[in-house]
Design a protein around this ligand. Structure first.
Ligand code: PYC
Length: 404
């Protein structure tokens, strides 16, 4: 299959599995594809198979609200996500593919004194690390987001906000496809509709994976499956503190472009941006109970629109067009779990909760480095699995859509 400029298309033809690969990547979402891309591009490791039980980017990559930002709270988080944001800015050139990366400016509204205090704290940490982040007042917000009711229907008046100018959105599918095409062009094999059924070990070392298409021997396996992480780690008896909560989102019918910023309210648990097609892309916090499912609910739309209309009263006349859910793999400290594990040759890229899409480039790059060097990249060392037994939790209260 060739596209108009003679590049292989992003959906590679199905091939038989080889009997051995140097690296098997479980999960063909953005993170898996990014890891394959950087393994091939930066480390010359191309005897790699990406195994995806569905289709490329069909999991959480295709189910998020595409926000990219680096205004986190912890120094570890800020450095990590800022590296990602910088990589995002060059991806379209790297891929020769339009990923619709659009810098919008990102507001996190504060409706209480304590929220204002947290915004100041975040702004100070951000600035210390060279990130554009400022606490702004109501006048500034009113100028930048003129259609918003700052009094919030009189219920929770906005007091101020954290403003992060580099905040952006991107076309999520294109990110996965760009990485997939770049990996494929460099010799990586991508096997869709290929489900891993177990992982073989000898002693404490990985020797291969069983799939519904047969056994593959390999030296290294990395699990990059977000909401399916417990299914994979249970194959090895590996314990993590991850719990799965659905995260739902929806889009409105398309309307004339009127809002070019991203608006988030942690207190009201809503966030919204307008897509390049004119749809309002909206989400709320994770569902309240653990559930391994991508079902959508009416409750979600009802709760979300109730809050959204307080901020944007005219939206009461807009129709919700589509809704969906992803499975968020939430950790107790709202930071990911990355790197080596106690099982030799088995690596984890998990715990992506509600913060995974924006980490796609940096997770791919640092996990590829970690696999190639068999030691954790310095940016991901704080996110190692052993932090939960060493009592060195990260405490990332800059994560969105989760109660802290
Ligand atoms: O981290 O900005 C974020 C976010 C928004 C929705 C889910 N996560």
């Amino acid at each position: 299959l060739k596209s108009s400029h003679n590049e292989p298309r992003f959906f590679p033809e199905a091939k038989p599995l080889k009997s051995h690969y140097d690296v098997v990547i479980i999960g063909g979402g953005g993170h898996g594809m990014a890891c394959a891309y950087y393994l091939a591009k930066e480390h010359g490791i191309t005897n790699v198979a990406v195994l995806e039980q569905g289709y490329i980017g069909g999991g959480n990559t295709g189910r998020n609200t595409t926000i990219v930002r680096s205004n986190y709270l912890t120094p570890e988080g800020v450095k990590f996500y800022d590296t990602s944001l910088n990589l995002f800015e060059d991806l379209a050139d790297d891929f020769d593919l339009n990923i619709f990366y659009s810098t919008r400016g990102h507001f996190t509204l504060a409706h209480t004194d304590s929220a204002m205090r947290t915004m100041r704290w975040r702004a100070e940490v951000n600035k210390h690390h060279g990130i554009e982040s400022e606490v702004v007042d109501r006048d500034f917000i009113a100028k930048e987001v003129p259609y918003m009711d700052l009094d919030c229907a009189g219920t929770h008046p906005v007091m101020g906000a954290l403003y992060h100018a580099p905040g952006a959105v991107a076309r999520h599918d294109a990110v996965a496809w760009g990485y997939a095409r770049g990996a494929y062009n460099r010799g990586v094999e991508i096997h869709q509709k290929t489900r891993v059924t177990s992982i073989r070990t000898q002693g404490d070392k990985v020797t291969g994976v069983e799939t519904d298409r047969g056994f593959i021997s390999c030296n290294k396996v990395v699990s990059m499956v977000a909401g399916s992480t417990p299914r994979i780690t249970s194959m090895l008896g590996l314990e993590t503190p991850i719990e799965i909560f659905p995260l739902q989102a929806c889009v409105s019918e398309p309307v004339k472009p009127f809002m070019d910023t991203i608006v988030v309210s942690g207190s009201l648990h809503v966030y919204v941006s307008q897509s390049s097609r004119g749809e309002m892309v909206m989400g709320a916090s994770v569902d309240p109970s653990v559930l391994h499912s991508t079902r959508s609910s009416f409750n979600f739309v009802e709760g979300l629109t109730d809050q959204m209309i307080d901020l944007f009263p005219f939206m009461s006349r807009m129709k919700v067009m589509r809704q969906w859910a992803g499975m968020s793999d939430i950790t107790p400290d709202f930071a990911p779990i990355m790197g080596k594990t106690p099982i030799d040759g088995f690596y984890l890229d998990a715990g992506w909760g509600t913060w995974g899409f924006k980490a796609t480039p940096v997770s791919g790059k640092t996990m590829a480095w970690t696999l190639a060097n068999d030691r954790n990249h310095e940016l991901i060392e704080p996110f190692r699995l052993s932090r939960f037994t060493d009592f060195e939790l990260v405490g990332e209260k800059g994560a969105a859509s989760v109660g802290h």
